[in-house]
Design a protein around this ligand. Structure first.
Ligand SMILES: C[S@@+](CC[C@H](N)C(=O)[O-])C[C@H]1O[C@@H](n2cnc3c(N)ncnc32)[C@H](O)[C@@H]1O
Length: 229
């Protein structure tokens, strides 16, 4: 039995039987979209800070990209802890806004150029290195693992099946790239694609990288299998 705070992502329903998934979201449009799409999921109106479930009900309780929206993140995580059985998993992820790796990074770069003191998203709960772990601890949870998703923008866009990428380059690199593309008589996009393809191939044939890749796959497989149980 799994539970997602805020309408669960499709991937969770795909991995666990819909009948075994419950969700809570305070937004009525999310709730009704979720009910239309996954009629077998138990979707309720509510918020993380006051979960409408008895204690110890779920094996895994997830908050994907939600903690930074919570009015009281520690109360929300403590509630997630309450509804999870002893030995179960409570997991959350958030964008790395402080590291400027969220989906609106380019927007905030531009906003800061115009107003350096603009109030961006980097102060939201759990969106700076180590803060999510601190909130878990404040909620009485002992973190067993932490990690960073390889590239949030790519993950998000892949989920939306949009085949575009946002790449931020320092001005001098961008100028050099444009100049090289001009000499090669190809577009900058083509030049980037070639470079990325060469980079991927080089990484794949690097024995040290392959070893680290395998270790990382093992780690992630273990976590996913535990969550799907
Ligand atoms: C970025 S969406 C993430 C949805 C889903 N978990 C996913 O990954 O696709 C954030 C969601 O958090 C919900 N939300 C905001 N405040 C919340 C709270 N206090 N408790 C639970 N969900 C909340 C919003 O309504 C919205 O549906």
């Amino acid at each position: 039995m799994s539970f997602d705070v805020a309408a669960p992502a499709e991937e969770l329903v795909r991995r666990v039987r819909a009948e075994d998934v419950s969700a809570v979201d305070p937004s009525s449009s999310f709730v009704s979209a979720m009910r239309d799409r996954f009629p077998d999921v138990d979707v309720r109106d509510g918020s993380a800070e006051r979960l409408p479930f008895e204690g110890g009900r779920f094996d895994a309780t997830l908050a994907q990209l939600v903690v930074h929206f919570m009015g009281d993140p520690v109360a929300g995580l403590a509630e997630m802890r309450r509804v999870t059985r002893p030995g179960g998993v409570v997991a959350a992820c958030a964008w790395d806004y402080a590291g400027n790796r969220g989906p609106l990074g380019v927007f905030w770069d531009a906003a800061r150029e115009i107003r350096p003191d603009v109030r961006d998203e980097s102060r939201l709960a759990g969106t700076r290195e180590g803060h999510l772990v601190g909130l878990f601890e404040d909620a009485g949870l002992a973190p067993i693992c932490r990690g960073i998703v390889v590239h949030p923008l790519i993950r998000l866009e892949a989920a939306m099946t949009i085949k575009s990428r946002t790449l931020r380059l320092p001005a001098d690199q961008a100028e050099a790239l444009e100049a090289i593309a001009g000499v090669d008589e190809v577009s900058v996009n083509e030049e980037i694609q070639r470079a990325i393809t060469a980079h991927i191939e080089a990484r794949r044939s690097d024995p040290a990288f392959r070893q680290r890749l395998k270790a990382s796959m093992e780690r992630n497989r273990e976590i996913l299998e535990r969550l799907a149980r």
